[in-house]
Design a protein around this ligand. Structure first.
Ligand code: AMP
Ligand code: ZN
Length: 454
């Protein structure tokens, strides 16, 4: 069955054709590790996880690379402002690498909570300075660079198709006079290497052929993706905010350096909104997974919520919406927990499920198929079919939950057992209803009675 993916470059859904049969290389722009990643950031990595797992489900061998920005990302996505990591280091009185390690650890922990598979390769910008310098040297040799008082810049007017990904109106951009371009030749030019204002003051700086400094934000992704996946690779992902600047610049510098097409398929997930605006640190109204936990939402309820929307649609987050997802998810798990394994799978449902996924990761549809299956009284093979589906959903649908049972419930369960042993069925049913009403759920198995929370 073919796999269709929406390609930002062509603005079309296309049948995926790998460079090497049966293999796919995926590079995703990872976090800037200067603070907690909020659930908006994590929304993007749930999308990436679905992409990787969909390829695996289709028997592809996946090589998944995710970068970690631990230097060079300035407080504005352009080339101004402070380095986010250096700023955090000052704020917290730690070294830049302590900051990066700490927030990366928290990030990976969030991956675990959300059942997001870690990439095959995590690559850090600070560990690939040489590769970045050598890519800039290549660009310099080919005449794409120039020097200003604060760094080495890429001259975007020399790259023929600059802005093709975002379909930027370059003339319009150049004509508008509001952006202060200082010594830049064109508004869209960007820094490849920035000089340290005062060498010795920054924590992270390196020697280069042009002077002491640090790499610009965009060059790390070109250098590392080429290193691990080759000069042309299959898929590059990111959030929708990456299209006009970061990915546009990645394409320009990579293709200028290699003379080859950089990436075949560009995929972007849309934003998680809060009160109609992008959830972001600067606007407030953000949540971390731990904050949601404190409010009584387990992380997988959040994953469930993310699956109810398509990655190319923005989702307006609210605690009410999350509450509704939590209830639906719990109901789903309760129904599933009643199922017995008949050692079969249901081909018809699996086929439908794969079709939905292979249609540009249509997870809302895939979830509907799951719900249809659990409600279909005549369907065979439910247990194993759900197990297969959960390889993608990652919701631990078949995991038995352990809950603490209060003594009041235990007493009712015992009473019900006694009634059953005396064949007092009505009384036993009455007690079961009482237990259900208190929010618990009992299951009679050959290993005895199991009590779970509703
Ligand atoms: P950052 O750590 O700021 O570099 O962001 C990491 C990733 O999260 C980027 O790929 C962004 O596109 C993505 N991102 C940031 N905010 C949101 C949001 N509200 N919804 C979805 N993705 C986001
Ligand atoms: Zn990137």
């Amino acid at each position: 069955m073919s796999l269709k993916l929406y390609n930002t470059l062509t603005r079309k859904k296309e049948i995926f054709k790998p460079i090497k049969k049966g293999h796919v290389g995926i590079y995703g722009c990872g976090p800037t590790v200067y603070w907690h990643q909020h659930i908006g950031n994590l929304f993007r990595y749930i999308f990436e996880d679905l992409l990787v797992k969909t390829f695996e489900y289709n028997n592809y061998k996946v090589k998944h690379v995710l970068n970690v920005t631990d230097v060079g990302h300035l407080t504005s996505d352009a080339d101004t402002g402070e380095d986010k990591i250096e700023k955090a280091a000052k704020r917290e009185g730690k070294s830049a690498q302590e900051i990066a390690n700490y927030y990366l650890k928290l990030f990976i922990n969030d991956f675990k909570k959300l059942n997001i598979k870690e990439p095959d390769i995590w690559c850090r910008a600070t560990k690939h300075i040489e590769e970045q310098i050598s890519l800039i040297k290549k660009l310099e040799k080919k005449g794409y660079t120039y020097r200003t008082s604060d760094g080495i810049y890429f001259d975007t007017s020399k790259f023929k198709d600059y802005g093709k990904l975002a379909k930027l109106n370059i003339k319009g951009l150049q004509a508008g006079k509001r952006i202060n371009i200082k010594e830049k030749k064109n508004k869209t030019d960007f820094a490849l290497w920035k000089f340290s204002e005062e060498p010795g003051v920054r924590q992270q700086e390196w020697k280069s052929p042009w002077g002491v400094g640090f790499p610009g934000w965009h060059i790390e992704c070109s250098a590392m993706s080429i290193k691990y996946l080759g000069e042309t690779f299959d898929i590059h992902t990111g959030g929708e905010d990456h299209i006009p600047i970061h990915h546009t610049n990645e394409i320009a510098q990579s293709e200028a350096a290699t003379g080859k097409k950089f990436v075949n398929y560009w995929m972007h997930s849309r934003w998680l909104l809060f009160k109609g605006e992008k959830m972001s640190k600067s606007k407030g109204g953000i949540f971390t997974l731990s904050e949601l936990e404190e409010k009584g939402f387990e992380s997988l309820s959040y994953r469930y919520m993310a699956l109810t929307t398509h990655y190319r649609k923005q989702l307006n987050f609210s605690l009410e919406l999350l509450e509704a997802s939590k209830i639906a998810f719990q109901r789903l798990k309760n129904i599933i927990s009643e199922l017995k394994d008949d050692k079969k799978t249901n081909k018809k449902y699996l086929e439908e499920f794969r079709e939905a996924l292979n249609d540009d990761l249509n997870t809302p549809k895939a979830l509907q198929i799951l719900w249809k299956l659990v409600r279909d009284e005549n369907a065979k093979g439910k247990f194993r079919t759900i197990k297969e589906m959960d390889k993608i959903f990652g919701l631990d649908l078949l995991k038995k939950e352990k809950v603490k049972i209060s003594s009041e419930i235990k007493k009712l369960v015992d009473e019900r057992e006694k009634a059953r042993s005396k064949k007092e069925w009505e009384k036993a049913d009455e007690l079961r209803r009482k237990i259900n009403k208190l929010g618990y759920f009992i299951e009679d198995t050959n290993k005895g009675v199991i009590t779970r929370k509703n």
